[in-house]
Design a protein around this ligand. Sequence first.
Ligand code: PEP
Ligand code: MG
Length: 324
Amino acid sequence: MPCWDGDAGALIVDPDPEERADYERRLAEQSQAREAASSFSGPVVTANGEPVRLMINVTGLAELRDMDPSKVDGIGLMRTEFLFQGREKLPTEEEQYRIYRQMAEWAAGKPVTIRTLDAGGDKPIAELTEPGDLNPFLGVRGVRLSLKRLDVFRLQLRALARAAVAGNLKVMIPMVTVPEELDRSRELFGLAIDELRGEGYEAAMPPLGMMVEVPAAALAIEDFNADFYSIGSNDLIQYVMAASRDEPQLADLARPSRVVFNLIGHVVDHANRRGREASLCGDLAGDPQQVASLLDQGLRSFSVAPGALGPVRAAIARYPGKAA
Ligand code: PEP
Ligand code: MG
């Protein structure tokens, strides 16, 4: 049976079992989100009164349809690769612009953090990712691919720069490993803006941040000229532990360990010293049992799947402060 993907504007005529399972999961998350969003209100605070920012991770406009923006602190991660998957042609600048702009309008002034294309790894995209990549998680993915496919990156940066005029947009770059990747992305963003203005479009440079999900970047975080940091625990854990995030037999290894929490604390400390925001948008943020350990590391900004909002909010409210 075909699947209609309203987010990507695509009809999948003959979805394989994996695609079908992915759509079913996304539908379930969307309905959980609707339930969760209607069940609470008011600021998110710890038991000792410290405010915590709680945002959502989304893949498209569908999750936002029945969600009230006043119930969240914005969007902490929009995974744009879902706009590119399961379709014959890559999305145009105009299509992307309309989606990013609608997200910014939905948020009504709250931050909307859009991640540039993180293709590759577990998210292959026809015509874009390298089919012969023997080890895709360590291969040409995220910003590595964007910097090779400048034609695709340029259109995305143009769409983002145009949408940045319409609201509180932030942009983050995935899989940054060395400072030059972020610097080059910033430079290309500037060029896209100059080009747009030369063509008579309104365009703005949003804050440019980075995902912190590669151990080399987490360890040397002070070397990166990022406006904000978003920790990607899914990849960070698998790279630190050398254990695939998708291998059930290694689930015990691919868990957050003291080493991972120390790295998270290192990034948060650096962000605090620089007066920049550090948030965490990997699955760890949405696990109520890990919330206290993350708060202990000084983290005060979480971005979670919409279905996790209620349980994470409750776990934050139970947190008494760090034990002396
Ligand atoms: C992460 O790695 O934690 C993350 C949020 O990115 P993704 O799961 O999309 O790789
Ligand atoms: Mg990641």
